[in-house]
Every structure is written in structure tokens, then in C-alpha cells.
Design a protein around this ligand. Structure first.
Ligand code: S3P
Length: 440
């Protein structure tokens, strides 16, 4: 089990790119695999989560050819040969590893196939709620057994088949649930619609449009009609703003620091962290360079300042949900109170992120009050180095590694292999920043 050690720094200047977007990589593997021909995918994220989805598609008969790889990790550029919507039955259980997105999106796909399949994953994934997707998919006509030790949890035994279109009002604002239903809808006669209680990331809708599938957005409802086939096209994945957010916070809170993150995704359903940091007094400029592949991407420039606390608005929460651990660190470094509520979903992420953030922040001298649906951080007290567990959660590991840049003494993060689920190369990037260089 690996660990990382972090020493404080007092300023930095850096200019680099982060690896490809995780959410978009999952969707690219799935839609290219369903398409009617060959798709060249560039800047695929070679993280464990996205490799699981690629392997899952391979187990359904999708072939791919690797053009370029990141040493020791996996493909970054590949050709995926679409199966024209015709998948084959996997011969073994499909392993989604640690990935909630992989499992939920694939469940939507498999619910519509005329065969039985099993989706499984690691202990963390097999303890996360799957009822949120089994319920609508069963309403569409699939039969799904949740066979986990905890009720409603994976492994999922899916008996798919012909589905009927539904209009589903999501009780939680979840892009994963929305995407699972829309993917099932591609195989379903007539219209399948999802109504979201709040705006959630719209990568699936954008990628459907890019692959020339008609989907319709009317108010809070997104719908798709079955019988359409994604038209094979090449795609380039922008950098992952969730990965960039660790460096954005690292720079934003450090007076004198300067950071330029290049070619990163700037989809407005993912950039709420930037809005919150700007409210906290951060100096952040973003410039959209292109939307060539249906997703806006560009550069983010950050100049460090002393920040002050703020209140995160309820409607911002789904669009910064993955950034809460690092936002909590920003809250601890800011003056005054930062409040993050309406975020109960954090309790069912890769760890219970309200508990794990609060435990680790307190251990290093932070001041945090925990609520069932969030936390309030009173910033400004000095942080000190400690040995902290990641709880097997990549975003906890990275958020507290960044806290180490600000803490007195040495911060040690244990159980950090999980970082590879979303950010291969993070440890090298951190080492470069600590030695005053730009990551390569
Ligand atoms: C994701 C959606 C979010 C997010 C997850 C990735 C996606 O989950 O937390 O890391 O790619 O659709 P929910 O939509 O379930 O909130």
C-alpha cells in the first residue's frame, strides 16, 4: 500500500495540463463502442476507473486498438471499433472496480440487452446505493437483482430485454442516474425521459449530440428516442477540471502563487468550484478556446490571494460535488466560515466524504462542524502535518496532500493507491510543484 509525504511550500509558479476528463472518458468508451464505425479517441484518461469501463465494453464484444499509452497506466489514445448497437453477452462478471459512474452507466446499457449479465466492483463500490438506477430500469422492464451484502447494493445481476419508455422524475440530482436511463432509452422503442430536480453535468447529452443522436431538452426534462445509432466520429477528451481543482485551490489560497492549467474542460455544469472560489476572493480567469468536440475547453489562470469564507448555494452543489473535499481545504485556509449544505450525496461517494473530510481536517487543526447534509468550516487556524488515511478515496487523498503544502511539518497520506482511479501522475505533478517546477 503506497503513501505520500508532503512538505509545506511558500509559493509556486506552474503551467501544465491535467489528464483527460474521467466522466467524459467513460462516456466516450461507451458511445464509441455502440457507434456504427471506428472512432479515434484522444486524451482518454488511463485511470483505473476508465480502464474498467473500456474492459467492460471489450467484454461486450467491442474491439479497440491502443495508439498511445501512459507508461505504467493505460491507453491515452485509441481506436474503438463500434458494434452498431449489437453487443454480445460477457462470459464473466463485469468488474467496474471502484467506479460508480462505470457501474451505473453500464447498468443502463445492460438493462436493454437480450441477455443476462453481472456487474460487480470493489468493496467500496459494492456498498454504494444502486436502487437509484435499478428502480427506473425495472420500471422500463429490466429485472435487476442486487446481490450485495448491503441491501440495494452490487453485485447486480441484470436480466435485460426489450424495454418500454418511461418519464422518470429523479429524486436525487444525479448525472449517473440520468445517463443510465438515457443509455437504456437508446435501445427502447419510443421516448424515454428524465426530469432532473437540479442541473447536473450534461456530458451524456453533449456526447449524444456529438455522435448525432437527437435528444431533447425541455425545461428540466431530457429525452431520447430509441432506434438511433451513434455515428462514429473522432473525439478529443479535454483535461479533467475535477483533477485541476486540486491545483486551482493550491494556487488560489497562496498569495504570490501563479498557475496556468491548459486545455481543461470548461463545461458550465462542472465549473461551480470556480464561481465559489471567486466569491471567496480568488483571482481566477477562464478562457474558452474551443468547443470542437461538443465540450468547451480552454485555460484557467489563477493568482493566489488570501481568501474569505462563503456559503455554497444549493443549486451549485451538484456541479461541484466532486470538489467538496478540496473546497473544504480551501475553507480551512480562508478567513471566516464556509458553509456547504444540501450535500447529503457526499455520504455515498467513494467514502462518506462528510465524515472523512471532517475527520482529516480536525486531525490537522481545522475547525469543522459536521451536519447530516454537509459541513461548516471555520477557517484561519494554522494547519499542521499529520499521518492521515485516504479511506481508499482518491479525492480525500489528493485534497489532503494539497493541505500538506500549507501545513506546518510533514503531512503523510497513507493508502494512496486509490489516486490512480482518477489521476494517474498526480504524485509526479505534486513532486514537481514541491520542487518549484512545472509538471511535465
Ligand atoms: C458523475 C456524476 C457524479 C459525480 C461522479 C461522476 C458522472 O455523480 O460525483 O464522480 O460522470 O456522471 P452523481 O451524478 O451520482 O452525483
Amino acid at each position: 500500500m503506497s503513501s505520500i509525504k508532503v512538505k509545506p511550500i511558500h509559493t509556486f509558479r506552474a503551467e501544465f495540463e491535467v489528464p483527460g476528463d474521467k466522466s467524459i472518458s467513460h462516456r466516450a468508451a461507451i458511445l464509441a463502442g455502440l457507434s456504427n464505425g471506428e472512432c479515434k479517441i484522444d486524451n482518454y484518461l488511463p485511470s483505473e476507473d476508465c480502464l474498467c469501463t473500456l474492459n467492460a465494453m471489450a467484454s461486450l464484444g467491442v474491439e479497440y486498438e491502443v495508439l498511445e499509452s501512459l507508461d505504467g497506466y493505460g491507453p491515452t489514445s485509441l481506436i474503438i471499433r463500434g458494434r452498431n448497437m449489437q453487443l454480445s453477452q460477457p462470459t464473466e462478471e463485469v468488474d467496474c472496480g471502484n467506479s460508480g459512474t462505470g457501474m451505473r452507466l453500464l447498468a443502463g446499457l445492460l438493462a436493454a440487452q437480450p441477455f443476462e449479465s453481472v456487474l460487480t466492483g470493489d468493496a467500496s463500490l459494492c456498498s454504494r446505493p444502486m436502487g437509484r438506477i435499478t428502480k427506473p430500469l425495472e420500471q422500463m422492464g429490466a429485472s435487476i437483482q442486487t446481490r450485495g451484502e448491503k441491501p440495494g447494493c452490487a453485485p447486480l445481476r441484470i436480466t435485460g430485454g426489450e424495454l418500454k419508455g418511461i418519464t422518470y422524475e429523479m429524486p436525487v440530482a444525479s448525472a449517473q442516474v440520468k445517463s443510465a436511463i438515457l443509455l437504456a432509452g437508446l435501445f427502447t422503442e419510443g421516448k424515454t425521459a428524465v426530469v432532473q430536480p437540479n442541473e447536473t453535468r450534461d456530458h451524456t447529452e453533449r456526447m449524444l449530440a456529438y455522435f448525432q443522436i437527437n435528444s431533447l431538452r425541455e425545461g428540466d426534462e431530457i429525452s431520447v428516442s430509441g432506434g438511433q445509432i451513434p455515428n462514429a466520429r473522432d473525439f478529443r477528451i479535454p483535461g479533467d477540471i475535477s483533477s485541476a481543482s486540486f491545483w486551482i485551490v493550491a494556487a488560489a489560497c497562496m498569495p504570490g502563487a501563479y498557475l496556468l492549467i491548459k486545455n481543461v474542460g470548461l463545461n458550465a455544469t462542472r465549473t461551480a468550484l470556480l464561481d465559489v472560489l471567486i466569491r471567496m476572493g480568488a483571482k481566477i480567469e477562464k478562457v474558452v478556446l474551443s468547443e470542437e468536440y461538443g465540450e468547451p475547453y480552454g485555460n484557467i489562470e489563477v493568482t493566489g490571494q488570501q481568501l474569505h469564507g462563503t456559503e455554497v448555494k444549493p443549486e451549485e452543489v451538484p456541479n461541484l460535488i466532486d470538489e467538496v473535499p478540496i473546497l473544504a481545504v480551501a475553507g480551512a485556509l480562508a478567513q471566516g466560515k464556509t458553509s456547504i449544505r444540501n450535500a447529503k450525496e457526499l455520504r455515498v461517494k467513494e467514502s462518506d466524504r462528510i465524515a472523512t473530510v471532517a475527520t482529516n481536517l480536525r486531525a490537522i487543526g481545522g475547525n469543522v462542524e459536521e451536519f447530516e447534509d454537509g459541513m461548516e468550516i471555520t477557517g484561519g487556524s494554522p494547519l499542521h502535518g499529520e499521518t492521515l488515511d485516504s479511506y481508499g478515496d482518491h479525492r480525500i487523498a489528493m485534497a489532503f496532500a494539497i493541505a500538506g503544502l500549507y501545513a506546518q511539518g510533514e503531512m503523510v497520506l497513507t493508502n494512496t493507491d486509490c489516486i490512480n482511479t482518477s489521476y494517474p501522475g498526480f504524485v509526479d505533478h505534486l513532486a514537481a510543484i514541491q520542487s518549484g517546477k512545472s509538471p511535465a
